[in-house]
Design a binder for this molecule. Structure first.
Ligand SMILES: [Zn+2]
Ligand SMILES: [Zn+2]
Length: 126
């Protein structure tokens, strides 16, 4: 019972976040809600959610790993100064990404992780 609740709790934080969120940010958020979970518990829960295909891992150039709830195909833009990562969603992009995946399939591969990202500088750092 407790485990399911932890999974739900962390999944909801990721789902409600308007940007990809790191494990550290998840821990800090939990702390601010007076729900202290051990770092190991947070990581273990994230692994479980990844296994269940409920969330997606976003590797950034800065080395920080972000998590987001799995929805449509999209790309990411990362600020090289403050390390903020944002999602760029667009129907045309999504269509293209499905086409790319289909092309990859023709080469005999099944895509397990897709991570298309761009680097730039965000408005607050500019
Ligand atoms: Zn920035
Ligand atoms: Zn995203």
């Amino acid at each position: 019972m407790y485990k399911t609740k932890t999974k739900e709790l962390i999944y909801n934080i990721i789902k409600d976040s308007e940007k990809p969120i790191s494990a550290l940010e998840i821990s800090q958020f939990l702390k601010s809600k007076n729900k202290n979970l051990h770092k190991t518990t947070v990581y273990r829960t994230l692994e479980k959610l990844l296994d269940m295909d409920l969330i997606n891992k976003v590797n950034s150039v800065s080395g920080i790993v972000f998590y987001e709830s799995l929805d449509e195909h999209h790309i990411h833009i990362e600020c090289s100064k403050c390390k903020l990562v944002k999602c760029v969603n667009d129907q045309e992009i999504e269509k293209k990404l499905y086409e790319i995946e289909a092309l990859i399939k023709l080469k005999g591969f099944k895509v397990k992780q897709e991570d298309l990202s761009f680097q730039g500088v965000c408005n607050s750092c500019n």
